[in-house]
Ligand binder design. Structure first.
Ligand code: ADP
Length: 487
């Protein structure tokens, strides 16, 4: 235990740091006429500086020094004050609550004027103002006249005592036990000629100034603390705003996805109702005619009706196939399996297949523009891509028009193009071309699902390639596909 002052006891713990503790004591009724008024009893008097005590309490604040509240003390033994800590050039404020020795230059000295009063000294130490209170003058009594006992402003002194932390409106206070704990290290020179009485006046003013400075220091500290608290709440607010912004962005994304899905569903329903109704109607009327008039119908007409039924059901099967294929692509069921592939032979074969699938409505010319040997590619992915592009080239061109299917090697890339001179694609439809079920505004009655290009694009991407379109309405369209085919 170092000291007892006000409602607090100051201690240096065996673990090192000093601390301040308030005492746990039962309240008691103050006076019989006010039975409900409870006042805390005085602090225990049995403790004296140097005693070893055991303390049980709850930590209240740990910065700038440890504070305990409602502590219970148990005196273990008596002893000497622990050796003071030398503050050296450090600011003593950081060692508040402890027993220490500090150096400082005297700002003013107010010697005790009568027995029982205290010597008071203001020091500037390591950047803090320290108010030293000397409990006993040298020799046991107050000494006012002895000029040796008087400290002049500017004197460098060393003082040992218990340092109490600064409180609202008052500076750090050093409780010095006796004048022996106060040593002049160096004397100020010029100002010493003033008489002690003049100094007493000056120190009177000085103590006022010290109080004002302490008040200003305290205010400044309050402002700093408030600024820090404001900065912290500002940071918390900013964090909350960013969390909210993220939640809003997530919500907007989810809504956009839902809108896209609903749009997709609408386009699917409209495609199905449109593209299935026509072949279904053709099939039903052909079947009815055959049911009712089979005997009377000439053989050619009968054959035509069977052909209508066949091509309408083939059409519907094709539509279903495309929908199912897109489902397989989206489910990741189409893999990328490159194998050695003779691209020239592949182009030839695919051209023949496209010609027969379109009943040779248009001419299709295959051209390998340079050496394509030694390529590696996934044949089934390329088949999906170019069957669709060649089919479109024919479908969206007038009968008899020419469609060109070209390929060339550019470094490690195979560059394919499918060029037609058909109806072309309006500019406003180009950005939406690879969206499911989207069909350009100029398709008129040409049948289609709006799925072929989506599937083609996914296949190109599986092949780590790219697809590009160039088109002008009324002039024609060219699709260019680039895929890596050589290492
Ligand atoms: P589909 O041809 O079954 O409608 P696609 O996905 O293959 O579906 O094509 C999407 C749309 O792109 C077509 O509906 C059409 O409007 C347009 N398109 C595609 N290829 C061509 C082409 N070669 N010429 C003109 N328009 C085309």
């Amino acid at each position: 235990m170092l000291a007892q002052r006000g409602d607090y006891i100051y201690l240096r713990s065996e673990q090192g740091p000093a601390l301040r503790a308030s005492v746990l004591q039962p309240f008691h009724a103050s006076a019989p006429q006010h039975p409900l008024e409870l006042i805390p009893p005085p602090l225990p008097e049995s403790l004296s500086p140097g005693d070893r005590v055991e303390l049980v309490g709850s930590p209240l604040v740990v910065s700038p020094f440890l504070q305990m509240s409602w502590s219970a003390f148990h005196r273990l033994s008596s002893g000497e004050l622990p050796p003071p800590i030398n503050t050296g050039d450090r600011n003593p404020a950081a060692l508040a609550c402890d027993h220490l020795t500090l150096k400082g230059s005297v700002l003013w000295h107010n010697p005790a004027t009568a027995p029982g009063t205290m010597d008071q000294l203001a020091l500037d130490s390591g950047g803090s103002i320290v108010h030293a209170e000397i409990l006993r003058a040298a020799g046991g009594g107050a000494s006012t006249s002895d000029p040796i006992d008087y400290f002049y402003p500017g004197d460098l002194v060393e003082a040992t005592g218990v340092l109490f932390p600064a409180e609202t409106g008052s500076p750090l206070t050093l409780m010095v036990h006796s004048r022996q704990d106060l040593r002049r290290l160096a004397a100020a020179v010029a100002l010493r000629r003033l008489s002690p009485t003049a100094w007493r006046w000056i120190t009177g003013l000085g103590s006022g100034l010290t109080a004002a400075l302490a008040g200003a220091w305290w205010l400044q500290r309050q402002v700093r603390q408030r600024t820090k608290a404001l900065a912290m709440s500002n940071a918390t607010l900013r964090e909350e705003v960013s969390v909210r912004e993220k939640a809003e962005a997530d919500l907007a994304r989810a809504l956009a996805q839902e809108r896209d899905l609903s749009e997709l569903k609408n386009r699917f329903v409209s495609m199905v109702s449109h593209e299935f109704r026509t072949p279904l109607g053709i099939t039903m009327s052909a079947v009815e005619l055959l049911q009712h008039y089979e005997d009377r119908l000439p053989p050619q007409e009968k054959a035509q009706l069977f052909e209508d039924i066949h091509s309408a059901t083939k059409n519907m099967a094709g539509l279903m196939e495309e929908v199912l294929l897109l489902g397989r692509v989206d489910a990741g069921k189409l893999g990328f399996k490159p194998t050695p592939l003779d691209l020239e032979a592949f182009g030839n074969k695919l051209t023949d297949e496209a010609l027969s699938a379109t009943n040779r409505r248009c001419s299709i010319t295959w051209m390998a523009e340079n050496d394509l040997s030694g390529a590696h590619a996934d044949e089934s992915l390329l088949r999906y891509i170019f069957t669709n592009l060649l089919g479109n080239g024919v479908k969206y061109s007038p009968a008899g028009a020419a469609v060109y299917f070209r390929a060339r090697r550019e470094g490690s890339m195979a560059v394919f193009s499918v060029q037609d001179s058909g109806i072309g694609i309006p500019e406003e439809d180009l950005p939406l071309l690879f969206e499911a079920f989207h069909r350009a505004s100029n398709v008129d009655t040409i049948p289609g699902t709006g799925l072929g290009l989506v599937i083609s694009k996914r296949c190109v991407e599986l092949h780590r390639g790219s697809i590009q379109v160039n088109s002008k309405t009324g002039e024609g369209t060219t699709f260019t596909v680039r895929i890596p085919a050589w290492d």
